[in-house]
Write a protein that binds this ligand. Structure first.
Ligand code: NAD
Length: 480
């Protein structure tokens, strides 16, 4: 894949000559596999201009045309699912067996295409008059969408699709660490007949991202990433009072009650914990709360599933466990493990080292499990974004809920029980945007997804996800 820089996509043109580039490293080998052109402020300005023009053309189409174009885009994506999945692997070495975000993109496009002809307002009575009072819903115009490296296609589906359905144009900034699938998505938008400039793809780092957030032509920012970056984005957006949606990280609790199907719970917990994307998921169930009466039995089953995962080349469809994104990330994760061991935050049951042998050049961290972890330790409180899980013992439902909620985050929570009343009662008590019962985080286009507390604000998916890209106008017609 190396050669000419992978470009930007602005107004239908692929631009490969930029002031700055980034050497993209394939995490499974530690070797460069692409040179990425990085957008700077001038590129952002050009993209916002192209988007503004395309948005006028888009808004001038009837809703039927916009709906059918988005359905057409979903069809084009469908024809390229395998190609997008492979690009996802090139992007961040997610095992191809887990590279399902291309399917997610198609599903979200179909879902939001269905809203394109259903965005309506209302008319209401007004006090002291018989005037006509209309409440209408309008697009913002140009929106900036910023994606993390672990989900460019998921964000294309959950954010770009509703933004377009609502009538906006988009400047989409994938991470410089994973720009390949997003750029291909931009090309597919052109193939599907969307106006050039309606979807611009600008791989960039912090500088380009900051320029996008600060651009006065960007009327709304949809940010997905970490809390530290979110704070910088919100501060930058404050200069123009640009509204921001923030979809951030988590430290999700995964509660296994004594009446759970322990085999199923062990399987689901292992996949939702250290195995899925090597724990590099906002939904990673990194705190595993287990009832004391089933603790030993469950831990044994859990470790058996974790240790059975095939580690290796992410292009091999039998592989379930790949590397982490970068050397820096690997070092950070191993430091977290070392500190936890040194400070006695918990007992290291398995993992904790870099994988050696044939995989030694890649950024592979062994699936790592700590037992009897202190929930107040940094190990249990900080998002590790790696294959590291902390097991914590509890003795009753109230303690489970208290411990689950004892975190600054509130993105996901998981419950394993056969008792419906307990499941519902606990789900309501958890401070979390999503609660999954006897399930993994099966994000669907219909389900509003987003955080409580420091996991962010705003929602993707469903009616709520569409509303993020609409603003409200009140028109009152005086009847004298
Ligand atoms: P990050 O915060 O480092 O970067 C996110 C994006 O922001 C990237 O595109 C990056 O280039 C850009 N960026 C960096 N500095 C910027 C600035 N000053 N202005 C504008 N943009 C800037 O996050 P990451 O490492 O790419 O992703 C991992 C994080 O994302 C984790 O915390 C994870 O939990 C979170 N995440 C959340 C969700 C969700 O839906 N809630 C989904 C996936 C990932």
């Amino acid at each position: 894949m190396t050669g000419a820089p992978v470009g930007l996509l602005i107004g239908g043109d692929r631009i490969t000559s930029t002031a700055d580039t980034h050497e993209h490293i394939f995490p499974a080998t530690g070797l460069p596999n692409a040179r990425v052109a990085l957008a700077g402020a001038a590129d952002v300005d050009r993209a916002v201009g192209a988007a503004r023009e395309a948005q006028r053309e888009w808004a001038a189409q009837t809703v039927d045309v916009r709906r059918d174009r988005l359905i057409g885009l979903a069809d084009v994506v469908h024809d390229h699912l395998d190609e997008l999945a492979v690009l996802n692997v090139h992007d961040y070495a997610v095992p191809v067996a887990y590279a399902g975000t291309a399917h997610m993109l198609e599903a979200f496009l179909r879902h939001f295409a269905g809203y394109a002809d259903k965005v309506g307002g209302s008319s209401t009575p007004v006090s002291g008059s018989f005037d006509v009072n209309l409440v209408e819903r309008e697009p913002y115009g140009v929106v900036g969408v910023i994606a993390p490296w672990n989900g460019s296609l998921a964000v294309a589906g959950s954010c770009v699709a509703p933004a377009l359905a609502a009538g906006n144009a988009v400047v989409f900034k994938p991470s410089e660490l994973a720009p390949l699938a997003a750029l291909r998505f931009g090309e597919l938008c052109l193939d599907a007949g969307l106006p050039p400039g309606l979807v611009n793809i600008l791989p960039a780092g912090a500088e380009g991202g900051d320029a996008l957030v600060r651009h006065p032509g960007v009327r709304k920012v949809h940010f997905t990433g970490g809390g530290t970056t979110a704070r910088a984005v919100i501060r930058a957006a404050a200069d123009n009072l640009t509204p921001v949606v923030a979809e951030l990280g988590g430290k999700s609790a995964n509660i296994v009650f004594d009446d759970a199907d322990l085999d199923q719970a062990a399987m689901l917990s292992a996949h939702q914990g250290p195995l899925m994307q090597s724990g590099q998921s906002c939904a990673c169930a990194s705190r595993l709360l287990v009832h004391a009466s089933v603790y030993d039995t469950f831990v044994e089953k859990f470790l058996a599933v974790v240790s059975s995962a095939t580690v290796g080349d992410p292009f091999d469809p039998t592989v379930r466990f790949g590397p982490v994104i970068s050397e820096g990330s690997l070092t950070r994760i191993l430091d977290t493990v070392d500190t936890a061991v040194r400070t006695g935050a918990g007992e290291l049951l398995t993992g904790g080292k870099r994988v050696g042998g044939e995989l030694a050049q890649g950024f592979y961290v062994e699936p790592t499990v700590f037992a009897d972890v202190d929930n107040s330790s940094p190990l249990a409180q900080t998002e590790t974004f790696g294959p590291v899980v902390s097991i914590i013992r509890f003795t009753d439902d109230d303690e489970a809920v208290r411990t689950a909620n004892d975190t600054a985050y509130g993105l996901n929570a998981f419950i394993h029980t056969r008792n419906l009343q307990r499941a519902h009662r606990v789900a309501r008590a958890l401070e979390s945007g999503s609660v999954w019962i006897n399930s993994t985080s099966r994000i669907s286009p219909q389900g509003p997804y987003g955080g409580y507390k420091q996991s962010g604000f705003g929602r993707t998916g469903g009616w709520e996800g569409l509303q993020e890209f609409l603003q409200t106008k009140n028109i009152r017609i005086g009847l004298g």
